[in-house]
Design a protein around this ligand. Structure first.
Ligand SMILES: Nc1ncnc2c1ncn2[C@@H]1O[C@H](COP(=O)(O)OP(=O)(O)OP(=O)(O)O)[C@@H](O)[C@H]1O
Ligand SMILES: [Mg+2]
Length: 279
């Protein structure tokens, strides 16, 4: 039987900041409709991995394939063209703009005036943004024109997700989406992630909260000091094991589609791959 197609595949990704190896020979793959939680301690390399995927930081080494094709992701524009949408830890909305302007940021709808003058079609953007927010995300934004910095974290997040839905993303990345949310908002975010999965969208979610992680993810990927030390379907790992991997009490646990990978075979693979010595 053919395995399901891989959407995004990173191989041997390395990223240094001066003397710091933020990412060290990291492999990562995700399929359409899969929810992968990326976990690890502060400074483990989670956000850096996301920034490589979204083109913010080009990697120093390694390769990326998207839908099986080799790609270079050198800018946010490149990743957007591939259908990758991201909600950063530091939410990437413009505080002084309202909900509609943020949903359509960079993809504004326009209309023609007198046949040749291009104007923003604010009315159509408002209606479309309200529809996505209500129908897809269950949030009523009718008549709300205030700048979004006046809104709650959960409302801002819904706006960012509406933008991802409008862009028809194939991969949505959420960096700590539930960190500052109330219980109800967390539940709503989990429901949204499940809805994205149901629509065949791949989701990568970073979270420090293992309860949230286990509620939403199909698979856990654990990074520690820039290395991937865990990659396990959720039903084959416990929260205790995940923590042990994060802090280094457990060396490594990798379970591929073909089954568990013995640690020794990986070491051999590492020696033979000719990657440059650390500086
Ligand atoms: N722009 C940068 N310049 C220099 N060092 C950086 C930069 N970005 C990240 N680093 C370093 O790379 C390492 C990985 O950082 P990263 O932000 O990816 O961690 P993280 O897992 O997202 O942590 P957190 O949970 O705190 O968000 C850290 O040592 C960090 O200090
Ligand atoms: Mg981070």
């Amino acid at each position: 039987m053919a395995s399901p197609p891989v959407l995004l595949e990173l191989s041997g990704i390395t990223k240094r900041f001066g003397g710091v190896r933020a990412l060290d020979d990291v492999d990562f793959a995700i399929e359409p409709g899969e929810v992968v939680a990326l976990v690890g301690e502060n400074g483990a390399g989670k956000s850096t991995l996301i920034k490589v995927i979204t083109g913010i930081y080009p990697p120093d080494g390694g390769t990326i394939r998207y839908r099986g094709e080799p790609v270079e992701i050198r800018s946010r524009r490149d990743s957007q063209q591939l259908g990758i949408e991201v909600l950063y830890q530091e939410l990437s909305l413009v505080g002084v703009m309202n909900a509609y302007q943020n949903v359509f940021l960079g993809k504004e709808l326009t209309k023609r005036y007198l046949g040749f003058i291009e104007l923003l079609d604010n009315e159509r953007m408002r209606i479309e943004a309200e529809r996505i927010l209500l129908e897809q995300l269950g949030m009523d934004f009718k008549g709300r024109w205030e700048p979004i910095f006046l809104m709650s974290g959960g409302q801002q997040q819904a706006i960012a997700l509406a933008r991802a839905i409008y862009a028809e993303a194939s991969l949505v990345i959420l960096d700590e989406p539930m960190a500052s949310l109330g219980v109800e908002e967390v539940e709503r975010t989990i429901a949204i992630i499940q809805r994205l999965r149901g629509a065949g969208v791949a989701v990568i979610v970073i979270s420090h909260n293992l309860e949230h992680v286990f509620a939403v993810a199909d698979r856990l990927v654990v990074v520690r000091r820039g290395r991937k030390v865990g990659d396990v379907p959720k039903d084959q790992i416990t929260p205790e094991e995940a923590i042990a991997l994060m802090v280094g009490r457990l060396q490594e646990k990798l379970v591929t589609r073909e089954g568990p990978v013995p640690a020794s075979s990986r070491e051999e693979a590492h020696r033979g791959d000719g990657r440059p010595e650390s500086r």
